[in-house]
Design a protein around this ligand. Structure first.
Ligand SMILES: [Zn+2]
Length: 175
């Protein structure tokens, strides 16, 4: 996700927004902004600013949203976790796949070596080759799981940080 930097027309603070976003909230003053694009330039218009008590209402709304995002992540996270033998859920990790993969490759190579040098059979190599292919599959599957989990985690952390910034900005202004 590409971020662009603009200045809030209400408070002047720099705001980072996703390039594709059309409506955003200033993370500093909570003003609603509309972003339009003209060629390479971005134009930001103030739609609505909030004042006084509205900041407290906005703070509550944002806190609810933050709780919802955190709750959703707790559920989403479970889908990415891997259950260990002892029943514990842990973040996906490549160590086991790599160790297991290396063992399979070593065994596969040994098998091929024996098939060729002792049995002198090309067809006898097949189980060895199969073991090496299984090892490659095992490690790729693990890498894919880790990549998916990392992407989901990063998206969650970005969203959470953004909400926390907004809440902080709102709270400072409601005092
Ligand atoms: Zn602002």
């Amino acid at each position: 996700m590409q971020l662009i930097s603009v200045n809030c027309p209400n408070c002047g603070a720099p705001v980072k927004i996703p390039e594709a976003a059309r409506y955003v909230k200033c993370t500093h003053c909570c003003a609603s902004l509309e972003v339009s694009r003209e060629g390479n330039a971005f134009n930001v218009d103030l739609i609505e600013r909030i004042e006084g008590l509205e900041y407290q209402i906005e703070t509550l709304r944002l806190q609810n949203e933050l709780e919802r995002v955190e709750r959703e992540w707790m559920m989403k996270r479970e889908l990415h976790l891997v259950r260990q033998k002892n029943g514990r859920l842990v973040e996906p990790d490549a160590t086991r796949a790599i160790v297991g993969g290396l063992a399979l490759v070593a065994f596969g190579v040994l098998w091929i070596h024996v098939a060729i040098s002792i049995a002198a059979s090309a067809r006898g190599c097949l189980p060895g080759i199969l073991l090496i292919l299984i090892a490659v599959g095992l490690v790729s599957a693990s890498a894919w799981r880790i990549r998916k989990y990392t992407a989901a985690l990063t998206a969650y952390k970005t969203q959470r940080q953004e909400l926390r910034n907004q809440i902080q900005g709102c709270e400072e202004r409601s005092r």
